[in-house]
Design a protein around this ligand. Structure first.
Ligand SMILES: O=C(O)c1cc(=O)[nH]c(=O)n1[C@@H]1O[C@H](COP(=O)(O)O)[C@@H](O)[C@H]1O
Length: 246
């Protein structure tokens, strides 16, 4: 189902914790094969800055630095130039900032990485957050498109602006594949193993469904980090997502 997928990544584990101690404890526990990609978000980065990125990299992890930039093109370009020098593997920008902003961010990221002699991080554009549903889209954002049309439109915008892919729900991956090239990445949060509380997420799927729907990578936070045994939870989710094609 979902056609041939060119690339699947290990699950990206969202390290959404408050302290350095909690983060480092998770880093040390998650040194298992296959290594997860560690997602460092606003909470940890605003608290600890580049040092927490380096701490993950020193332990051999690929890092997804998720700061979701959204500002005028010049400001985003300059900020991305700085992020391009950190040696991270993925970073994020809001497609809602428009094609000029996404293109400026992509250019800043390329220039920053080149200045540091590093590979350019893969830029992922946020489409509609997985906490948004049709009601919020229509009643609060006043968007007339359906949710899937809105996500498709942002995916086209992001690809034209030279993002490497998008962040979306796995529910939209097949629709995105219809309008983007084969290398374009669909990275999907909103992952909930059967029986796990949705919490603030609206557009959720199980790890197995994400596999079947053709997601390139899943982003998983609380279903791993809030478990008594995060390593066991990670391994179960990883096996479900990276299962052999049927
Ligand atoms: O950019 C993201 O990673 C992201 C985009 C999105 O649309 N939805 C979303 O949940 N995320 C992130 O994915 C993670 C999901 O965490 P859990 O809901 O705890 O699994 C969080 O770190 C969110 O910031």
């Amino acid at each position: 189902m979902g056609g041939k997928i060119l690339k699947r990544y290990s699950p990206m584990v969202a390290i959404d914790v408050a302290t350095e101690d909690e983060a480092l404890t998770l880093f040390d526990r998650l040194t298992v094969a296959p290594r997860p990609i560690l997602k460092i978000g606003m909470e940890l980065y605003y608290h600890l800055g580049p040092a927490i990125v380096k701490a993950a990299q020193r332990r051999g992890f690929k890092v997804f630095l998720d700061l979701k930039l959204h500002d005028i093109p010049n400001t985003v370009k300059r900020a991305m130039y700085v992020l391009g020098q950190l040696g991270v593997d993925f970073t994020t920008i809001h497609a809602a900032g428009g094609s000029e902003m996404v293109a400026a961010g992509a250019a800043g990221l390329r220039a920053g990485a080149a200045a540091a002699g590093l590979p350019t991080p893969q830029l992922l554009a946020i489409t509609q957050l997985t906490s948004i549903d049709e009601r919020v889209l229509h009643e609060e954002q006043h968007v007339n498109l359906s949710l899937v049309e809105s996500v498709q439109s942002y995916a086209r915008l992001a690809e034209r602006a030279r993002a490497a892919g998008v962040v979306c729900s796995a529910q939209e991956v097949q629709a995105i594949r219809q309008v983007t090239g084969p290398d374009f990445l669909c990275v999907t949060p909103g992952i909930r193993p059967a029986g796990f509380a949705k919490g603030d997420q609206k557009r959720v799927v199980t790890p197995r469904q994400a596999h079947e729907l053709g997601s390139n990578a899943i982003v998983v936070g609380r279903p791993i980090t809030q478990q008594a045994d995060p390593v066991a939870a990670y391994q179960t989710i990883e096996q479900e997502f990276l299962a052999e094609e049927d």
